[in-house]
Design a protein around this ligand. Sequence first.
Ligand SMILES: [Zn+2]
Length: 562
Amino acid sequence: MRQEYAVIIKGLAIAFFISCGTVSAETPRLVLQITIDGLRADLLDRYAENFGTGGFNYLLRHGVVYTNAHYLHANTETIVGHTTLATGATPAVHGMIGNVWYHAESGELGYNIEDSDAPLIPTRETTAEGAQVDPAQKRARSSGRSPKGILVPTFSDTLKIATAGKAKIFGISGKDRSAVAMAGQSGTAYWYSTNNGDFQSSQYYMERYPDWVRNWNERRIAQRLSGKAWELSLDVGQYLLGDQDDRPYEVDLEGYGKTFPHPFGAAEHPLFFTRVMVSPEGDRTLLDFGKALVEAEKIGQDKVTDYLSISFSGVDAVNHFFGPSSLENEEMVLQLDRTLADLFSFIDEQVGLNNTLIVLSADHGMGEMPEYSTELGYEAGRLYGDEVLALSRKISARLFGSSQLVKDFFRPYLYLDGTAIINKGLDRNSVATAIAEELQKKNGIGGAIAGHSLAQKTPIGVAAAVRHNHHPLRAGDVYVFQQPYWFMFERGAVAAMHGSPWRYDSHVPIIFAGSGIQPARVNRLVHPIDVAPTLSALLNITPPAAAQGKVLVEVLNQQARK
Ligand SMILES: [Zn+2]
């Protein structure tokens, strides 16, 4: 009994000490969560020389900067990374295991946030269909979008609950999935349309657009770029990659070109609004919409902490067509630095940077184009989804007398046909293991792991990342990944790709700044699942229900004490 008291008193003493040690600054009026799609962490330092003072450097000089942050999951894709940042959980828990997976209910491959019960709300009476270049979006079977497929609450949901519904919650982005994941179930998401340059939403969030959205869309900001071009902002000699503009393996979006200047063409061209997104103008358009939102919705104007997520899609888009080591990428990041400076000075006027808690990260990194790494002496190649599928069927035919046991492949998962396997009198797990073993022999494939084997032993290395990706109701039978620097994705327009479990794809920046945080640079290994618990600790609210990450203690320790 006495011993128990002693333990309780000791516990109270520790609790008292801890709470005194982390007295927080005033509760921020706004949490501004910035996600840069595809910003591999090393790019910030690589281009820092040409940055101004008000953008990235505001964060790098005033924030706690984590230089060694890596995703724990294997499938480093947009929806997976965003939902991990939002929930503090891994995809094995939050369920967003890929941009595309096999939806068992419908028996088809489907898109992550598709929801036929939540149709898009048209922004104008007639709109021409733009050309769809995103291979993941092509798998959507309806244009409806909602967060219903996300299985656990986000930080934004948790903030809404903690404030008894008073917090205003918004997520905006160039991409639907990046806006929807961050807004959670209780917020409102808006995203850019590559059909007409408008910002749109779905019936999940509202029945009709508020006046300010209609008014903003009437301004036709993106359309004003008709006939204009993306040009370099500095002399070509001032860029690190100034001699990397013209490379044969870059992609020309039907006349957008491989070298500067890149002409947007006429607004009527089916790729016009996509090209805008593959330039700094897409991110600027998003910021313009964000400013209108902050003013109209009165974000950060009262004592209740509001939440605004802005996910910039331009760096990722440019990476896909020109590669991360291109002059286009360098110019893109440089222009984003200016866009962020604009954002921060606007937030300072409207809310005050001292009243704003900023966290910046990325949803994934980026692999180099295989031709580029081969040029530099590290040999790599390309492997397409249809080749992996054909090879798997060939293996199945050879081993089991039927190619029909393999249903489909969409990177990273191979899906088997359970009925065909039963009809053959075979065991599904054995078939998966046998095909995985054979697939690994193919040049370019780094490994193939049968999902059922993950539970049987403690995984190491990549297998641990594959396990973090494995949601039992959604994951395919075999996880296939490429050798380092190899490209493995759908055949099509995209020339460079992320999505591997390798460090260049898992390495992202994490920076916390504002609201009394003092600068520090931290190089210990941390993970994006730590972001949501850290935001929660800074706000003294409970973490999101399924959050697995740890509180980043440097952020709390570096917070100025009252
Ligand atoms: Zn991407």
